[in-house]
Design a protein around this ligand. Structure first.
Ligand code: LLP
Length: 424
């Protein structure tokens, strides 16, 4: 069953009518289906076991989402101390956490070491040396994977490709053998793995094959030198359907993994983000006004680029569905769907064919569970968008909409700007 479908003319998550969520929590609001996240996780497990699934929580770091995944057995791929603390707070055991990221600070590496996580993925010679120094100072040993840059074009959007030699990520595969050998001799490090991640929203298997082949070559070369690799972290990138794409076939992916690295006898890690949560979420918004100008028809909604930035940042497509099913034979007309933010780029869709909509109507932006709420901001003085989790027939607010007072609470006036009463 699709995570969100019309039941009795009303777009619903299972038995929960999304209009009821909007009425109770207000708009804009993200709504996630726990059942859909669970189903996506099970699909991964079935296709890739016994690989470890370390959820790339940058896609959606909500505590309830993390707790749900932790309960299913997921680990986490984290990229900051904030994410590490969130993962631990959600109950993901440290021995299931990997720490990725191109620019870890000393403080972050120390936090990772102190919490005893499974693996730290290093992305440069300088990071390897810093980690050795920090681990030695703490009297700890870091389990390390070296992230290589395989110089493979993932064939996805330019902005979310990470594995070409001109991208900032990883250590050039040509330089990895030398660095790996150097690292193997440094104190405080246990060099255990090779990591790779070539980009996000991949639809094709071939780029994975090319990247994994380079990983296998490196593992074999190191083994011949007496440096045994015990773990391969194959990253994420599993594409989903936003418009008309075919989701990356997981069975085909598993076959590529088996063919390219299966013979190495290594433990495997995968880091899916989008695929676990993207299709399981929608952003609900209310139409504020419909404005017809001589040139265009604008549907103005109460969600903006600060709430869901993917269309503006990547030109990404999100289906837009009215919560009330359009009547049979409704006339679809093109409209620009825009937010209230004072930027021309605050536009979700250009001349999108939509059924009749008027002020007060509710719409859903689909496939918004990944890289939605996590990328939200408060631009234009708009409070961060709240989040709701649906399970079976119930729904719960899992992140409240901050109040305007809370939004102001972190800010201080310097003494010289305060009024005579000490206040604002
Ligand atoms: N592992 C690493 C090291 C990553 O950098 C990423 C994503 C993942 C795993 C998870 O990739 P996924 O399975 O979700 O494709 N904001 C962009 C996507 C950025 C992805 C960043 N890294 C978007 O909205 O499309």
């Amino acid at each position: 069953m699709r995570p969100f479908d019309y039941i009795g003319g009303s777009l619903s998550a299972g038995p929960v009518r999304l209009a009821d969520v909007a009425a109770e929590v207000g708009t804009p609001v993200y709504v996630y289906s726990a059942d859909a996240i669970e189903a996506a996780y099970r699909e991964f497990e079935a296709a890739l076991a016994p690989a470890r699934i370390c959820y790339a929580m940058k896609a959606n770091g909500n505590l309830a989402v993390l707790r749900l995944l932790a309960g299913l057995g997921a680990g986490a791929d984290v990229v900051s101390e904030g994410e590490l603390r969130r993962a631990l707070a959600a109950g993901i055991p440290p021995e299931k956490i990997v720490f990725s990221g191109v620019g870890k600070t000393d403080a972050e590496m120390e936090a990772a070491l102190r919490s005893g996580i499974l693996q730290i993925n290093c992305e440069s010679a300088s990071e390897v040396r810093s980690l050795s120094r920090i681990a030695s100072r703490l009297g700890l040993t870091a389990s390390v994977a070296l992230r290589i840059n395989p110089d493979v074009d993932a064939g996805t959007l330019d902005q979310i490709s990470t594995g070409r030699k001109t991208d900032k990520f990883g250590v050039a595969w040509t330089e990895a053998p030398v660095l790996f050998r150097e690292a193997a001799g440094l104190p405080g490090l246990s060099m255990e793995g090779i990591a790779v991640h070539i980009g996000s929203q991949l639809g094709e298997l071939e780029p994975y094959r090319r990247a994994f082949r380079r990983v296998a070559e490196l593992a074999r070369m190191l083994a011949a030198d007496g440096v045994a690799i015990r773990r391969l972290d194959l990253g994420g990138g599993f594409g989903i359907r936003y418009r008309d794409e075919t989701p990356l076939p997981l069975a085909g992916y598993a076959k590529v993994v088996e063919e390219e690295v299966g013979g190495l006898g290594c433990e495997l890690v995968v880091e899916p983000g989008r695929r676990l949560v993207g299709p399981a979420g929608v952003l609900l918004a209310r139409v504020v006004a419909v404005k017809e100008t001589p040139a265009r028809r604008f549907v103005i909604v109460d969600a903006g680029m600060n709430d869901l930035v993917r269309p503006m940042m990547y030109g990404a497509w999100h289906d837009i569905l009215p919560l009330a099913a359009p009547p049979e034979g409704a006339e679809y007309r093109p409209a620009d769907v825009v937010g209230p933010v004072c930027e021309t780029t605050d536009k979700f869709a250009d001349e999108r064919l939509l059924p009749p909509l008027e002020a007060g109507d509710l719409v859903a932006f689909c496939e918004a569970g990944a890289y939605g709420a996590v990328m939200a901001s408060t631009y234009n003085g708009r409070p961060l968008v709240p989040e709701v989790l649906v399970r079976g027939g119930r729904f719960d607010v899992v992140r409240a909409r901050p109040t305007f007072e809370e939004d102001l609470a972190l800010e201080r006036l310097p003494e010289w700007l305060r009024g005579p009463d000490g206040g604002g």
